[in-house]
Design a binder for this molecule. Sequence first.
Ligand code: HEC
Length: 135
Amino acid sequence: MKTQRAILGLTVLLAGWLSLSALTGPSTPTVLDGTQTAADSLKHDPNTGLVVDERLTLVTAQCTACHSSKLILQNRFTRDGWKEKIRWMQRTQKLWDLGESEPVILDYLVNYYGPEQKPFDGRRKPLPAVQWYKL
Ligand code: HEC
């Protein structure tokens, strides 16, 4: 009986934590060591987890009407890749013509959900203009 209650308590706790972390999206690192992309210091919308900027309302209206924003958050595509997804949804999922909004939405998507940029590959940059001295 006691064990059951403990398990129930843990499950509730875990579920709470999971829904909370799902809501807040990727956590913002507290220490910036210069290897992160600009995306790490961006503000995220608490409802969708999407990056907040002046295009967010448009993107939320057009892209979260049918499904969760998680489908956006868990993907990274080039502009062509995102366009291809939109075309696919238009062909098969009844997504409407986005009209003038399409380039704006594509800009937003590539901006924040484009292919991951890795400016730091684990090696330091070569030292610039080393002046050697005679031993
Ligand atoms: C008319 C409904 C509708 C709208 C609006 C919509 N989608 Fe979708 N989208 C879907 C459906 C349905 C799926 C397939 C979901 C599934 O597989 O469970 C999907 C899947 C996706 C996927 C996953 C594709 C894959 O290969 O797994 C992405 C990414 C996506 N949508 C992004 C977007 C973006 C960005 C927008 C805004 C431009 C958008 N969606 C608007 C219906 C829609």
